[in-house]
Ligand binder design. Structure first.
Ligand code: TMP
Length: 383
């Protein structure tokens, strides 16, 4: 049975940045989140049509973050030592795949603007959504692969069983499926309700993944918590019938998730209460700042902050972002201008840290700041 536990109201596409003079009506949907007590999966109630989100206008570029570039370079180095043929699902602008030899790697990326980048770099690139048919086509064109890697993409896919069947189909016997996505445990621990948005069709616990992967003929052999995107898990799965050695981390993570009761609906009902409390605090703080005529701006036009601004009805004066193709546009829903950090308008007084998932990197960069950061993670705090 499915239980809706969280209602984040009417939300636009989290990465649906608007042009200043854009006339067409903006897309909004009801953002509600549910827990399925059959397979323990936490998902959106209404999946947004993938073509609306992942197209040639998609704004998020992996290479824009130093943290993510370092992350991918390190991982690719390890992969190059172990694997021959690599498939990446959701290759974005090539931040990971560019570390491999062209003849050994294949990219899948439905956003055509990014698919063109890896194609220009000489990589065989399929600009389609991942599904079973595509896995069959790639097996015909390229053969089976030693490893399937996917970062922050599996959680975007509405039909996980089909997606996982496709992975099982393309993997060599003994091959590994390595994927990383935001961790439900971290969302619950950090009160990170802004991890729920259109693109995150699901937020995974290891417990739920094991049920789904088993259904597709795979099993989890290792898991590693990683700091990216506000706390993720890197999961390694193999065919159930391979000679699998299961790392102790897997049992430990199952135990930890059980201790946090990620298999019980009451956990999520309690979480939703904390989220409401968090909203109330943030709105009070912002009202206070506005009453005192202080400035309030935003740092990072992140997909997550779209959720916060629209859920809490907060409108900063402007938002800075380092991504060139977000600059000059308007924040989804609230239509606040997004500007480059180097522009004439500078942060002062209070700044909402939309990019809290890059907090360490940002606090170092902004150590001489003359303003105060506000974060809502895990509680509303002035840093
Ligand atoms: P994400 O949270 O959706 O991954 O997006 C992160 C956004 O934050 C991305 O558009 C770049 C932006 N950003 C800044 O504006 N300044 C920074 O110092 C960092 C690290 C990110």
């Amino acid at each position: 049975m499915k239980h809706i536990f969280l209602d984040l109201g009417r939300q636009p596409l989290a990465n649906g940045f608007r042009e200043p003079n854009q006339q067409d009506p903006e897309f909004f949907f009801d953002l509600k989140v549910l827990f399925d007590d059959f397979n323990y999966l936490v998902s959106l109630e209404n999946f947004v049509q993938p073509e609306l989100m992942f197209n040639d206008q998609y704004a998020y570029t992996t290479s824009n973050s130093e943290t993510m570039c370092r992350h991918f370079a390190k991982l690719a180095y390890e992969f190059n030592l172990q694997y021959n043929k690599v498939l990446e699902i959701g290759s974005n602008d090539g931040a990971f795949i560019k570390h491999f030899k062209q003849e050994n790697a294949v990219a899948v990326e439905p956003c055509k603007n990014f698919a063109e980048i890896t194609r220009q770099l000489g990589y065989r690139t399929y600009d389609s959504f991942w599904n079973f048919d595509l896995s069959e086509q790639i097996v015909r064109d390229f053969g089976l692969v030693d490893v399937v890697y996917s970062a922050n993409c599996m959680c975007h896919i509405p039909d996980l069983i089909e997606a996982f069947h496709g992975v099982a189909h393309i993997l060599k016997s003994g091959g590994q499926f390595i994927f990383e996505d935001p961790s439900l445990l971290q969302v619950i621990k950090n009160n990170a309700f802004d991890q729920f948005y259109d693109e995150h069709a699901h937020i995974f616990s290891l417990t739920a993944l094991q049920v789904l992967l088993n259904e597709a003929g795979m099993t989890i052999v290792d898991v590693k918590p990683i700091p990216t995107h506000g706390g993720s898990n890197r999961v390694i799965a193999q065919h159930i019938n391979s000679p699998n050695i299961i790392n102790k981390n897997v049992e430990r993570m199952f135990d930890l998730e059980a201790a946090y009761k990620l298999h019980q609906k009451d956990t999520f009902i309690e979480f939703a209460k904390r989220v409401e409390h968090n909203k109330k605090h943030l709105v009070e703080l912002v009202n206070n700042i506005r009453d005192k005529k202080y400035a309030l701006s935003g740092y990072g036009a992140t997909s997550k902050s779209t959720v916060v601004y629209n859920y809490c009805g907060i409108e900063p004066d402007f938002i800075t972002d380092t991504t060139p193709n977000k600059q000059g546009k308007l924040m989804p829903g609230i239509h606040t201008p997004i500007i480059s950090p180097e522009s004439r308008m500078q942060h002062k007084d209070y700044v909402f840290l939309g990019a809290w998932n890059f907090m360490d990197e940002i606090l170092v960069k902004e150590r001489f700041r003359q303003y105060k950061f506000i974060t809502h993670i895990p509680q509303v705090t002035i840093l």
